[in-house]
Write a protein that binds this ligand. Structure first.
Ligand code: C5P
Length: 214
């Protein structure tokens, strides 16, 4: 196994931004595991499925899902912008709750560790995907702080903003991520917890860097 950093935490806590910066600083390959769940939710919506059945599992298995830096492709189609839609976030728990789908995603994302030193963000990276990761971080932030960050992101993408619906979706997603039966979001005992509400991105990066150096 190569060097692995697992970054878990709640939606909108800054995991991806921090992981991306650390990946550049330490020359690690960055994988956002949430992008796989988002891409599979996109596939589900696009093909008008109403339940996860054998046909859908076959479709997931037949579909080429490829991550390349910040972009994610479904059979060659770049769906990076589409997967950030609020519609995807609201429907994703159905996909993320399914054990067969989680196994497919885990198999794909574990492959990366065979060839590269990686930093991966998600909900179950330190607990399920890489329980032997070299460094585990668990990032949190208040729901209100995360709502403000999400609002800023959406405005930058020229998307519509409804502050209440953002907050509502964050709180609902936290609940679903933490209370699902399979691979719920929990802090691994050996993970270092960082509460980022009052911290800048740089401060979080510096804090994690101290542990990487150690
Ligand atoms: O990290 P991101 O917000 O893109 O993840 C989207 C959703 O995918 C999460 O709310 C969660 O339901 C699911 N997910 C997961 N396990 C992971 C990563 C993401 O269940 N390792």
């Amino acid at each position: 196994m190569n060097y692995i950093i697992a970054i878990d935490g709640v939606a909108g806590s800054g995991k991806s931004t921090v992981s991306k910066l650390l990946s550049k600083k330490y020359n690690l390959f960055f994988i956002s595991s949430g992008k796989y769940y988002r891409a599979i939710t996109y596939l589900y919506n696009k093909n008008n499925f109403h339940e996860i059945n054998e046909d859908f599992i076959n479709l997931v298995n037949e579909t080429n899902i490829k991550l390349d830096n910040d972009s994610i492709y479904l059979n060659g189609e770049d769906i990076s912008n589409q997967i950030t839609d609020e519609m995807i976030s609201n429907n994703i728990s159905l996909i993320a709750n399914n054990e067969i789908i989680r196994n497919i995603v885990n198999q794909k994302i574990r492959e990366f560790s065979k060839e590269k030193d990686i930093i991966m963000d998600g909900r179950d990276i330190g607990t399920v995907v890489f329980p032997n990761a070299n460094l585990k971080i668990y990032i949190t932030a208040s729901s209100w702080e995360r709502t403000k960050r999400r609002k800023k992101e959406l405005l930058e993408l020229n998307k519509k903003v409804n502050i209440f619906s953002i907050w509502n979706s964050i709180v609902k997603r936290d609940y679903k991520d933490k209370h699902r039966k399979i691979a719920p979001l929990i802090k691994s005992k050996d993970a270092i917890k960082i509460s980022s509400t009052k911290m800048s991105i740089e401060e979080v990066v510096n804090e994690i860097s101290k542990h990487i150096k150690r």
